[in-house]
Design a protein around this ligand. Structure first.
Ligand SMILES: [Zn+2]
Length: 466
């Protein structure tokens, strides 16, 4: 006898949408058959007729617990993980923060212990952030990190000095050194691409003109700063052969540079964030408009359309949230172009937003939605096919999505530990109604039905192209 059977739903993968029944036993998918073709007896049967059955969402970019500065302290993994489950996400990938000459492996072990102590409700994997003046000894630890299940390494081309986001900047020499290691040992480099020198110049100019108010932040961090940094990182990827993942691409020029490099077989992948797919620089002028801000700066509505087109066309491979939930008072406390606060509370709305604004509005296909929200994420970060797939042997991380169900996102109904939401008032058509983690039903019709704290660390293997 099986534990669970999901019947009559349309199972969606990146390439197919067909009616299948799914059998689950001991946390894994053990049966996968054409509708009603198998006698599947189970302790629990879920009727998914009229609904889509998709692999649980994987959010490739979240920051829990971390305090980059006194005002940048993020929500816990237990709060964020629960919010994720309500939104149809069953795995998140957080970051271990290494800085300067401190040990990379130690930073990873500390973060693993912290997350374990938080007892999140969903599974998780880890990237590492290498920040500041990493030493050669730190670079030597990359091979050890990869064999221990952390294969992705994030760096910043911005945030030098004492910014509100902390001192995160890593110079190109060190990034090149990291890429040599990731190329050799089967890892992937992730880079936040905004050129710090161009930003510094723009900030000086805005101060001289008396226009340093935060709502002008797009002029402080213009499209050119993204394009410049992306171009340099593409060169390093091309010369080292290291896979390169450009986090949160924000501009038309960023998308175009990635597309051009992909045409020349540079192993580069791009990430969209759903807040950049929803908002643009005009939102800075709204009351408390800095709540919409994240780094990089929001660009124009034309850039926003280019991001959707990049996702559709496969130039951008992944849609993440960059969940970094800080209190409202902190969020609006930076009033100048050089101290505005980033961070975005979005782990719960990501899946519903992508379906509603993406699939429903014809911007991406249903199959592409599954790809960018789950399957490609699992492939790029070495979790596939355990995660990101509805297939025999995969973890039974299954989400049932009702394409007809409408829901208005209201702050009081969202589950993150946060006192505001940029999604407050958004109406979604088509939302996840059931979330299953390794065969355990966590959420059903908006109610928590699962055990708490089931999340496990999932070691990542080497990246695979989507
Ligand atoms: Zn981030």
């Amino acid at each position: 006898m099986l534990d669970v059977v999901v019947r009559g739903g349309t199972v969606v993968t990146p390439s197919t949408s067909e009616r299948f029944d799914i059998g689950v036993k001991d946390g894994r998918i053990v049966a996968f058959a054409e509708e009603n073709s198998l006698e599947l007896r189970a302790a629990r049967t879920i009727d998914a007729s009229g609904k889509f059955v998709i692999p649980g969402g994987i959010d490739a970019h979240v920051h829990f617990n971390v305090a980059l500065s006194p005002v940048m302290r993020a929500q816990s993994a237990s709060a964020g993980g629960r919010a994720a489950a309500f939104g149809g996400t069953t795995t998140f990938i957080d970051f271990a923060l290494q800085s300067g000459d401190s040990s990379l492996v130690r930073a990873i072990e500390d973060k693993q212990a912290e997350l374990k102590g938080d007892r999140p409700d969903i599974d998780y994997a880890l990237h590492a952030m290498i920040t500041g003046k990493a030493t050669l000894d730190v670079l030597d630890e990359i091979a050890v990190a990869i064999s221990g299940g952390v294969s992705s390494f994030k760096m910043f081309t911005t945030f030098s000095g004492a910014s509100a986001s902390g001192s995160m900047y890593t110079d190109d020499g060190r990034i090149w050194g990291v890429m040599q290691q990731t190329a050799r040992h089967g890892g992937i480099a992730m880079v936040h691409c905004e050129d710090d020198c161009i930003i510094e110049h723009c900030v000086h100019r805005l101060y001289r003109e008396g226009r340093q108010q935060a709502l002008n932040i797009r002029e402080a961090r213009p499209t050119l700063c993204e394009e410049a940094a992306v171009s340099r990182m593409l060169l390093l990827s091309r010369r080292t052969g290291s896979p390169l993942y450009i986090v949160h691409v924000s501009s038309t020029e960023g998308v175009e540079a990635i597309a051009e490099a992909q045409g020349r077989r540079v192993p580069v992948y791009g990430e969209a964030l759903h807040n950049y797919l929803a908002f643009c620089d005009e939102d800075y002028a709204r009351p408390n408009g800095m709540i919409y801000h994240n780094y990089p700066s929001l660009k124009s509505s034309k850039d926003r359309s280019a991001l959707w087109e990049g996702l559709r066309a496969g130039v951008l491979d992944v849609a993440s949230s960059d969940d970094f939930t800080i209190p409202f008072a902190s969020k609006i406390s930076g009033t100048q172009v050089d101290n505005a606060l980033g961070g975005h509370n979005g782990i719960e709305t990501r899946m519903g937003f992508l379906f509603s604004e993406g699939v429903r509005k014809g911007r991406i296909s249903l199959n592409r939605f599954v790809d960018v929200s789950s399957t490609s994420v699992a492939r790029l970060f070495g979790l596939y096919p355990r995660k990101g797939a509805i297939a025999i042997g995969s973890d039974a991380d299954i989400v049932v999505l009702d394409p007809q169900r409408r829901q208005k996102a209201a702050l009081a109904d969202l589950h993150s530990d946060c006192d505001y939401s940029i999604w407050d008032g958004w109406e979604f058509e088509g939302i996840p109604t059931l979330t299953m983690l390794r065969g355990n039903i966590l959420v059903e019709n908006g109610q928590w039905t699962g055990a708490g704290g089931l999340g496990q660390f999932i070691p990542a293997r080497s990246p695979a192209a989507p």
